[in-house]
Design a protein around this ligand. Structure first.
Ligand code: AMP
Length: 363
């Protein structure tokens, strides 16, 4: 959907469709429900975390024609909670007259790491140097150009550090190429960052932009453990992050909430690692640190409501509860200032995101 300044805001009582029934869909659904909307989830898994807190769930594959027709006809606005939604499904919804936001262009950019970095550089958002890799020869040539170590990542379908391998020397090229399954890939120069930051930003249907304070993120094994927010940053870093977010939102004619992962080089320079065209794990702190959290913000944006305030009224340490860490719920529930958010997932597989806890302190 591109900007439509004439469309009136979606009234409470309308129905919002969400592609994807995981925890992000669940928290979006809860926020939508608070604003008086009905929500229908499309997810192939029965009884999904989002489906269980929504008015309905269509249990079908994301490319199921009938399911997409029903969703499009039932919902006055449709959005998604993950970026690997098949482009053809969104096209199908649009052909049927559905209002889908963010625009599918954001999906196309976020689904392919080469497209993503090319787009980012084109709008003036700096990234590491990179090269597309389609063969072992490309990889060897890329290593010569970018130096080693360099990081080889699959172009598509990578998340939480999956589908990527460090290449420490030209001798390792063959093994690295095999490790990514000899699939189309990207070779990235190493970012010598001192810390990882992220910025969560939103753009409304009227083109207005709202940006939350930065979060500082700590990853383990490629998975987010903790976000500290608002991050302690100098005003220059804040300004640069906000300018980057604005350039991306405008470049994509974006409507909704967007997550931007950043490398802080400690020299005053920020590089964009990747973008997520959706609400983002590093924005969960806003639930207990801001008057209007990222989930409500996304619903406001796609429903054509004015964006809500983004300033922080508290300092928050958000920690993901992975796998059986969720069993700490009883202990955590007794702690003052610890706010629990559990996703209602039955099976605590190792590493699975089961919930998070926001520890809230005064600013
Ligand atoms: P990604 O799946 O691209 O978000 O990468 C997962 C994690 O790998 C990031 O959060 C960084 O800690 C690290 N990483 C990714 N790309 C680079 C890079 N070019 N240089 C250094 N570290 C990186």
């Amino acid at each position: 959907m591109s900007l439509d300044l004439t469309a009136s805001p979606l009234p409470p009582g309308s129905t919002i469709g969400i592609l994807g029934g995981g925890q992000l869909g669940r928290m979006l659904s809860q926020a939508a429900s608070r604003l008086g909307f009905n929500v229908v989830i499309l997810d192939p898994e029965e009884n999904s975390p989002a489906g269980r807190v929504s008015q309905g769930q269509i249990v079908a594959a994301y490319d199921n024609d009938t399911a997409l027709t029903v969703l499009g006809q039932t919902c006055q606005a449709v959005t998604f909670e993950f970026e690997n939604v098949p482009a053809a499904s969104v096209e199908r919804l649009l052909r049927g007259g559905a209002v889908v936001s963010p625009d599918p262009k954001a999906l196309a950019v976020a689904q392919d790491r080469v497209e993503e970095k090319t787009f980012l550089n084109a709008v003036g958002a700096p990234t590491v140097a990179f090269t597309a890799v389609d063969s072992l020869d490309d990889l060897i040539a890329g290593l010569e150009r970018l130096g080693s170590p360099a990081l080889l990542k699959t172009r598509r379908d990578g998340y939480d550090g999956k589908g990527q391998v460090w290449v420490r020397s030209a001798k390792m090229a063959g093994d690295a190429w095999a490790a990514v399954g000899e699939r189309p890939a990207i070779l990235e120069a190493r970012a010598a960052f001192v810390r990882e930051l992220s910025v969560i930003a939103a753009r409304g249907r009227d083109g207005r932009i709202a940006v939350y304070p930065l979060g500082e993120n700590i990853h383990k094994g490629g998975v987010l453990r903790t976000t500290l927010a608002p991050a302690v940053v100098d005003p220059g870093t804040d300004r640069r992050a906000w300018a980057i977010a604005k350039a991306i939102l405008e470049g994509l004619d974006y409507v909704g909430v967007l997550g931007v992962e950043l490398f802080d080089l400690g020299t005053g320079k920020l590089l964009v690692n990747e973008i997520a065209p959706r609400v983002h794990n590093t924005g969960h702190w806003t639930q207990d640190g801001c008057v209007c959290d990222q989930f409500e913000q996304h619903i406001r944006a796609i429903a054509g409501w004015p964006l809500g305030p983004t300033s922080a009224h508290a300092r928050v340490e958000m920690t993901n509860l992975l796998g059986d860490e969720v069993e700490q719920w009883a202990k955590l529930s007794g702690k003052a200032n610890a706010r629990l958010h559990l996703y209602g997932k039955a099976e605590a597989r190792p590493g699975r995101k089961m919930g998070h806890v926001n520890r809230v302190k005064p600013l």
